[in-house]
Design a protein around this ligand. Structure first.
Ligand SMILES: Nc1ncnc2c1ncn2[C@@H]1O[C@H](COP(=O)(O)OP(=O)(O)OP(=O)(O)O)[C@@H](O)[C@H]1O
Length: 767
């Protein structure tokens, strides 16, 4: 940590600009990046946009709107903004700066504001309307409506910030396409679903939850009256269980399709099939059924491939971004991107015009370390420079913590958002003018042969880089600092490998089976998963008793599919009813829903370890977590106690939230969430074994552990309470390859428990 600070103090990162070296913060260049920006610009994104427009022109069979947007409207938008750039740039007078700060102060302090006055509302409505009409997509409004009305499937490719996600659902609503059902817009991430719904509700002019709502796991603000509903892809898959033909929807918009998440890929095949089924029923004279429209959207996708998959769907290209973003690549490759990101953030803070910063990092630990580094280093800033306030966001946070990134920074300060790729697509974070792209992300992989997941830091794709850049130009012109060279950008893959080809498929298969697709091998996948991946997942579901000998969904499987957790956890919850430990099972699953409930700052690691001893169970992590929760509740979550005991109170609150949701879910499923095994906690471990019997390893004579599945030598992660301890058998929550095969969330077992927990599985293996 220290070396980073030291280097942050002395280092300057040099960024190149069209071959010319520019040491930020000289900020001398004026060329702006955007398909609609000045012709002098020639960076990679500009080149990309130009190339895209030139090479993706329609072939005879596909339609491109006769009007490819970008021309007059976006040029107008960009030129009017150029003057804004001047106003907010370095040439600001003191008075202008004061005015600007005042404007920033007057931004809403909270996401949910007090009721505005009628006059203010009218003005706000006017401003929003003006904003809507200034978006590049506005000039394509009529043709978009026409194409969607005339075609069953439409693929829309439009630049980041052109207005796809907020505007297209509204255009379709205005055109009457919600007359026979809701317009749904799926998103891969819940933070995007929430904030898009908030924004669009504001634009439509009704409170959230009325005409416009959202639905994410454990939180549904939509109502029967909602005409536009933003939802995660997972929720849409869950809705399929109770509405096989998705009859409540008239249009399904699959947004950010380029991300190719496992769930979105399953949805592609499902909605395609549903559209066909609905049409067949209509053709047979069913008057109560309406056709389903499908719209596929993204800023960066292989439109031809999607069109082919969706029966030769119409393709529309919408070019033009509202504001230009200038890209600056480093001149030299950076050996330590975290250090470089830190240096760049402080360079921007000290030398650039007002505006918040968004840094893309790879994971929670890296983000939390960066947060501390920024806090520490910021104390050395000269008094004339305002504060730099770090603001983390990653998937394991609770929803309300994630919303903090949307709150304005206090007067005279600058916010620096530290995000994983959760902030990469769809969202508009107010006041972001600077993006720092480390060029890396954590990518989940799955080795089906040995059933092992890996989580490795890898280079992003070009698509991701463009999406990241797009976060900077949403409210004003922006700058994107790429911490890699232009050559490195050129060498990136165009798109990431679809998750379906590299992830564990169990929950996807369970969803398919529960939606009535028995033979998953014949499902209409856009990209087929590997045979070995499918087989391994089917085998595991069979071992979990979710499938019968013929591969059909069992009663247990049907119940498991309804639980909002992955199949092994769902099995634990079902088993807990029989073993009378539902309370403890729910608590431990909630505790495992965050990365860790402990905080261990590197400077106080020994103290933190000592504090943790108080809660440590000899049986391992599951019961250690439970002990910690009990202790936390006995002091009613006292923050000082948390600090003294190195407990992350933010994560603890998230755990309580998940517990509450799981209790409600269990109640709705007819279970008794209060059933407890009292002090006989061995029962809880046996219960977990019912879901995790494949995640087990046996101690070897040489003192190492060998996994029962795949026979791999595995190491207990240093964060585990069983680190360095020898037990005859262990069960673990996850096995991840990073530098070696580590197991995390580890508890001790007696080896004879194994055959009791899964007689089918162990009986077969030892036969
Ligand atoms: N929550 C918000 N607050 C303020 N402005 C917003 C908000 N959401 C959207 N906007 C404005 O509307 C513009 C269009 O946003 P929209 O999400 O529709 O674009 P998009 O084309 O879907 O982009 P992307 O491909 O990045 O998702 C943004 O650039 C921004 O100016």
């Amino acid at each position: 940590m220290f070396s980073s600070i030291q280097s942050a103090k002395r280092k300057v990162i040099t960024f190149g600009d069209d071959g010319e070296q520019v040491s930020r913060p000289t900020n001398t260049s004026t060329a702006a990046e955007s398909s609609s920006s000045s012709s002098s610009s020639s960076s990679s994104v500009r080149k990309h946009n130009d190339t895209q427009n030139a090479t993706t022109k329609p072939n005879g069979s596909k339609i491109v709107p006769d009007k490819v947007l970008s021309s007059s409207s976006s040029t107008t938008a960009v030129s009017s903004i150029s003057s804004t750039t001047e106003e907010t740039g370095q040439r600001l007078s003191k008075k202008q700066k004061r005015q600007l700060q005042h404007q920033q102060d007057s931004r809403p302090k909270k996401l949910i504001n007090k009721e505005p006055t009628t006059e203010a509302m009218t003005q706000k409505a006017k401003d929003l309307k003006k904003h809507r009409n200034s978006l590049p997509i506005f000039t394509a409004r009529d043709i978009i409506i026409k194409e969607v009305k005339e075609n069953a499937c439409v693929v829309i490719v439009g630049e980041t910030g052109s207005g796809k996600t907020t505007q297209i659902p509204q255009y379709l609503l205005e055109a009457g396409l919600a007359a026979h059902g809701t317009i749904s817009v799926t998103q891969p991430r819940r933070v995007a679903a929430i904030n898009l719904a908030r924004r669009v509700a504001e634009e439509v002019g009704t409170p959230l939850g009325q005409k416009v709502g959202y639905s994410i796991r454990f939180d549904d603000t939509s109502s029967k009256d909602s005409l536009i509903k933003y939802m995660t892809d997972g929720i849409m898959l869950r809705e399929l269980l109770s509405d096989r033909l998705l009859l409540r929807y008239s249009v399904i918009i699959l947004d950010e399709a380029h991300e190719r998440t496992l769930r979105t890929d399953i949805l592609f095949g499902m909605v395609k099939g549903i559209q066909k089924q609905r049409q067949e029923l209509i053709d047979r004279g069913r008057k109560d059924i309406q056709p389903l429209k499908i719209v596929i959207m993204s800023a960066t996708l292989d439109a031809e491939k999607f069109s082919e998959y969706f029966y030769g769907a119409k393709i529309m290209y919408i070019s033009g971004r509202q504001f230009p973003v200038k890209i600056l690549n480093t001149v030299e490759p950076q050996s330590d991107y975290v250090d470089s990101a830190l240096v760049t953030a402080f360079q921007i803070h000290q030398d650039e015009a007002p505006g918040d910063i968004l840094i893309f990092l790879t994971g929670q630990e890296e983000i939390e370390n960066m947060e501390k580094l920024i806090e520490e280093y910021a104390t050395d800033l000269p008094p004339t420079v305002g504060k730099l306030i770090p603001c983390p966001i990653f998937a394991a946070q609770d929803t309300s913590t994630q919303q903090k990134i949307f709150e304005p920074a206090p007067h005279g300060t600058r916010k620096v958002i530290l995000a994983t790729n959760i902030a990469e697509t769809s969202i508009t974070i107010p006041n972001i003018r600077y993006v720092i792209d480390t060029g890396c992300h954590k990518s989940r992989g799955y080795n089906a042969k040995i059933g092992i997941e890996s989580l490795l830091v890898e280079p992003i794709s070009k698509s991701s880089a463009r999406q990241r850049m797009g976060r900077a130009g949403r409210e004003a012109p922006g700058l994107c600092f790429r911490l890699y060279t232009e050559d490195s950008f050129d060498q990136l893959e165009e798109d990431a490998i679809p998750e379906i080809k590299r992830c564990n498929l169990e929950s996807a298969i369970l969803s398919l089976k529960a939606s009535g697709i028995d033979d998953v091998t014949r499902f209409d996948f856009m990209d087929r998963p590997s045979k070995s991946g499918l087989l391994r997942s089917l085998e595991h579901l069979y071992a979990l008793e979710a499938l019968d000998d013929e591969g059909k969904l069992t009663e247990i499987g049907t119940k498991m599919a309804a639980f909002p957790v992955d199949p092994p956890y769902a099995k634990v919850l079902l088993q807990s009813e029989k073993m009378e430990c539902t309370k403890e099972a729910i608590e431990i699953i909630s505790l495992l829903s965050v990365d860790t409930i402990f905080s261990a700052p590197s400077s106080k690691r020994e103290e933190a370890n000592e504090a943790r001893q108080k809660f440590t169970s000899l049986d391992g992590d599951h019961l250690t977590l439970l002990n910690t929760l009990r202790a936390y509740e006995s002091v009613k979550g006292d923050r000082d106690w948390c600090r003294e005991n190195f407990i992350n109170s933010r994560h603890m609150r998230h755990v309580l939230d998940v517990r509450k949701q799981l209790i409600q879910f269990a109640e709705r499923s007819g279970m008794d969430p209060k059933k407890t095994c009292g002090h006989d906690l061995e029962i809880v471990l046996k219960c977990f074994l019912a879901g995790f019997f494949q995640n087990t390893a046996l101690l070897q004579p040489d003192g190492t552990y060998k996994s029962i599945l795949g026979g791999l030598t595995v190491s207990v992660h240093p964060s585990s309470s069983l680190f360095g301890k020898k037990r005859e058998a262990i069960m673990y929550d996850e096995l991840v390859f990073t530098t070696k095969h580590f197991v995390r969330g580890v508890s001790a077992l007696e080896s004879n428990w194994l055959s009791q927990a899964a007689p089918k599985y162990f009986g077969q293996r030892h036969a």
